[in-house]
Write a new protein. Structure first.
Lengths: 115, 112
């Protein structure tokens, strides 16, 4: 009964470098969400997947951010040319479907620090 | 524009007493509301939810109240226990809107 897992748990990078964050959802969950929490802020929606497609990318803050999901399972969030304002906790969640009425189960997050 | 607001960043309550956490929203399209609890270095965990067709939902020590006309919901925890110390997030979703919109959280501290 594994929950949502994310890797790495912590990532320190230099400004301008690219980073990849990984999310392994709960097996069988078709919907996958990415959120981020900046210091002192609430959770901010980034993107959600239904299967391998992303019907809603409205939360991605810039074109430096992209995400993909393969095989209806693992998802990768990529941030290119990182900036200091990208420093945040990036959280992944999965749910059995994408109605918004099902509980979303969250992973522990990846803490990203851009120096 | 903060569509979900938790105006109290922190709250301290004596063990055994009632904890009341508040949340206000502005988007009238929201029709489903959830509370999540978050411990340090962990992801949020689901606590309780309520649909807009109800005004109250209860689960053990936790009760959520919804006042649609005031666009306000609250979470009551009674009796409060030390293990309830955490950050509590209010979240909302709307019809055809799969993403959750979160408030900024309230840090609850239960004093033994």
């Amino acid at each position: 009964g594994a929950g949502v897992s994310q890797s790495p748990s912590n990532k320190v990078t230099e400004k301008g470098k690219d980073v990849e964050l990984r999310c392994d959802p709960i097996s069988g969950h078709t919907a996958l969400y990415w959120y981020r929490q900046s210091l002192g802020q609430g959770l901010e929606f980034l993107i959600y997947f239904q299967g391998n497609s992303a019907p809603d990318k409205s939360g991605l803050p810039s074109d430096r951010f992209s995400a993909e999901r393969t095989g209806g399972s693992v998802s990768t969030l990529t941030i290119q040319r990182t900036q200091q304002e990208d420093s945040a906790v990036y959280l992944c969640a999965s749910s059995p479907d994408s109605t918004g009425k099902e509980t979303q189960y969250f992973g522990p997050g990846t803490r990203l620090l851009v120096l | 524009d903060q569509q979900v607001k938790q105006n109290s960043p922190s709250l301290s309550v004596q063990e055994g007493r009632i904890s009341i956490l508040n949340c206000d929203y502005t988007n009238s399209m929201f029709d489903y509301f959830l509370w999540y609890k978050k411990y340090p270095a962990e992801g949020p965990t689901f606590l309780i939810s309520i649909s807009s067709i109800k005004d109250k939902n209860e689960d053990g020590r936790f009760t959520v109240f919804l006042n649609k006309s005031a666009k306000h919901l609250s979470l009551h925890i009674v009796p409060s226990q030390p293990g309830d110390s955490a950050v509590y997030f209010c979240a909302a979703s709307g019809f055809g809107n799969e993403k959750l919109t979160f408030g900024t959280g309230t840090r609850l501290t239960i004093i033994p």
